[in-house]
Design a protein. Sequence first.
Length: 319
Amino acid sequence: MSLDWDMTDGLPSFSAAEKEEARLPPHNVEAEEAVLGSLLINPEVYLETAAEIPEGGDEFYVHKNGWIWEAIHRLHVSRQAIDFVTVQEYLERKGQLEEIGGPAFLVALLNNVPTSLHAASYARIVHETYMRRKLLAMASDIARAAYDEEVSLEDALPGIERSLRSVTTTSLEIITPEDRAKKSEDRLNDRVSNPGSDALLPRMGILDGLLQFRFGNEYLFAGATKIGKTFMLANLAERIALEHRVLLVSTEMTEADMDDRSLAFHSGEEYKEVTSGKVGADKMSGALERIRAGNLHLAEKVFYLEDIFAVVDVAEARL
């Protein structure tokens, strides 16, 4: 479903074999045109389509298709109507209308799209081919860096890692009110059938009702220095580890410090008693067995490389 040859900047569609032979970057002109035609027919699909094309017009292989996408995007952002007339007028103001092939190209987009119902699917194809082109460019950059012996690996790796990170981002997911209501209904029914199934902490006595930890959430503990935040978090980790697997990473406590806190927690002894030498291993047999049977794994070092990747320096971190 491609338009006439002269309407695609001299870039007709090619089969996979033809692309390989001609060494053309991955692209799908039909999908690009179908996305634009769908939006001209039914602007209501803009949000679900935009979610699949996070980098906007840059994701289109044919430049003029990217210009039309940007026109539609700008009209949406400014809360103006999106249709043949408004898109044409925008492109004309930008001096791009004649370059895309005039109004006839917009008419052809409208006439050739199969259906606007599959706009998001067309957009996913556009994004996938864009990411493949991005991967090829990244591979070329990495190859050049590897061959350039005048640049040390220490200097080259941060840029390579940034490139890798740039192609691992995911598309924005648009969740409709209907989807939200359905997911909420399912969660409520699941909690009734399996009470406490999504709770991270078992009952903790006086803390019940205060610490409503749930799987999948992030929590921040803040407070003044030296008031016991680390100690409390270490104890919470131990408590959670009685029923779940936990990785405790510390940048301020050594492995010995964390183990002493574990002993104090499991034995009921005061931390200072454990560290003073007043309590020997013979009195800690029960606590040691609970530590062996638990699921708390420790890591006392985290290395950061250009704030891109974090590597835990402990083999047991593979939970």
